[in-house]
Ligand binder design. Structure first.
Ligand SMILES: [Zn+2]
Length: 173
């Protein structure tokens, strides 16, 4: 008996065999009732819309890495011209390294958003901690900016983890 049919899944258009209960690619219930199939399609639709809005959140969070780079550049200039002394050059070099790091992370986040944002957040927290050890008062300076930056990165990491989960459920790469 010939069981192979030239059937395409009505959801993802993958070919399936007539005895299959579910689509191997998207999980569409071939043997389910019409209502089951309708429910499956509408649930999938909702997930796809969620995915779209999550992707926008991720894009915004990735941009915050560029903002961090710009912010570091701005404070580096202010510090450079407002302080004089032996460690003026060392501070400038450290800041240039940080500016380039955040810039690099911003570019990297297009391909690896999770890793780039976690690295960016860690780097930012390390800078805050190191500065606080050297001079405790720095922890209060620009506190609102710090909270905004940390918040944006945490939101981004959350969104990107949800994107990964949804993509797995929807079977997109
Ligand atoms: Zn399918």
């Amino acid at each position: 008996m010939e069981n192979i049919a030239n059937n395409d899944c009505s959801c993802c258009y993958t070919k399936y065999e007539i005895n299959d209960l579910f689509c191997k690619t998207c999980g569409f219930p071939f043997q389910g009732t019409e209502q089951d199939q309708k429910n499956f399609l509408s649930e999938r639709n909702v997930k796809e819309i969620d995915l779209e809005s999550l992707n926008e959140k991720v894009a915004t969070a990735c941009k915050s890495l560029y903002w961090l780079s710009g912010l570091t550049a701005f404070s580096a200039i202010v510090i450079y011209f407002s302080s004089a002394g032996e460690d003026q050059l060392a501070t400038l070099m450290t800041n240039i390294f940080l500016i380039l790091s955040f810039l690099g992370l911003g570019i990297w986040s297009k391909n690896k958003p999770t890793a780039a944002m976690i690295t960016g957040l860690s780097l930012y927290l390390i800078i805050i901690l190191l500065n606080a050890v050297i001079s405790p008062m720095t922890i209060v300076s620009g506190l609102i900016v710090k909270i905004i930056v940390i918040g944006a990165l945490i939101k981004g990491i959350k969104a990107v983890l949800e994107v990964d989960k949804l993509k797995k459920e929807l079977n997109i790469d």
